[in-house]
Design a protein around this ligand. Structure first.
Ligand SMILES: [Zn+2]
Length: 234
């Protein structure tokens, strides 16, 4: 292989290695989804707590309603029995009975509200549980795919690192140093491909001298404008 071709291949290998390194660093293994699921779990815990409180309150209201009903029955029976004879006492009891009825109505209204809220909370809870379950499945899929991709990239990386060493061993030290310096100075591209009769990197036309150097198996033509090595068929 001609040195210029070795240089070009080395560069392609290193560019691909760089891309793999970036891909591996930014590989999504489901971290974002996991954070979302943690938030969802916290919301679920709050929903469950709310539901427990609502159910407890409903139970308390039910007990109080029973109390009120028992009290009403007792007073109604007493009034019906005719044992309360004083007109003032009857009037007093009727007022009290009115008050108990009013409280009973309030309790029933509150119970109805509670039942509606319980139903809404149960519905929300169920939706969140379903969403969490879907996310669990999605997370497992993302992790599986990430593991497959990671394995493939790592394998490619290993073989490219070997290829890189093989190519580097084919080049003299001073040429490698020149290549590294150019690469560092010119945004990672030390070897440009000739496109038509232009330098593929800076688009300046190549000279006859470069064409001659390209035909020389040991030739190392460089672009007169950007200074990069030039590689191509002529
Ligand atoms: Zn150039």
């Amino acid at each position: 292989m001609r040195p210029i071709e070795v240089l070009y291949r080395l560069q392609q290998t290193e560019l691909r290695l760089e891309a793999i390194r970036r891909d591996l660093a930014t590989l999504d293994s489901g971290e974002r989804l996991e954070a979302e699921m943690n938030r969802l779990s916290e919301e679920l815990a709050r929903d469950r707590q709310t539901l427990r409180q609502l159910r407890q309150e409903l139970l308390d209201q039910e007990l109080e309603l029973n109390d009120m009903e028992a009290k009403m029955r007792k007073m109604e029976d007493l009034l019906a029995s005719g044992s309360v004879r004083s007109g003032r006492e009857v009037e007093h009891m009727q007022k009290e009975l009115e008050e108990v009825r009013r409280r009973k109505d309030l309790i029933e209204t509150r119970m109805l509200e509670l039942m509606i809220r319980i139903e809404e909370t149960e519905k929300k809870l169920k939706e969140r549980e379903e969403l969490l379950e879907q996310n669990r499945e999605r997370l497992a899929e993302i992790r599986k795919q990430a593991a497959v991709l990671k394995e493939a990239l790592t394998k490619e990386q290993e073989s490219l690192l070997q290829e890189r060493e093989r190519l580097r061993s084919m080049l003299p030290e001073d040429l490698l140093n020149r290549y590294e310096r150019l690469k560092a100075r010119l945004g990672g591209v030390a070897v440009a491909k000739i496109e038509g009769n232009l330098c593929g990197a800076c688009r300046v036309a190549i000279t006859a001298e470069i064409v001659r150097a390209l035909r020389d198996p040991e030739g190392l033509p460089t672009c007169e404008n950007c200074g990069r090595f030039l590689f191509g068929e002529v």
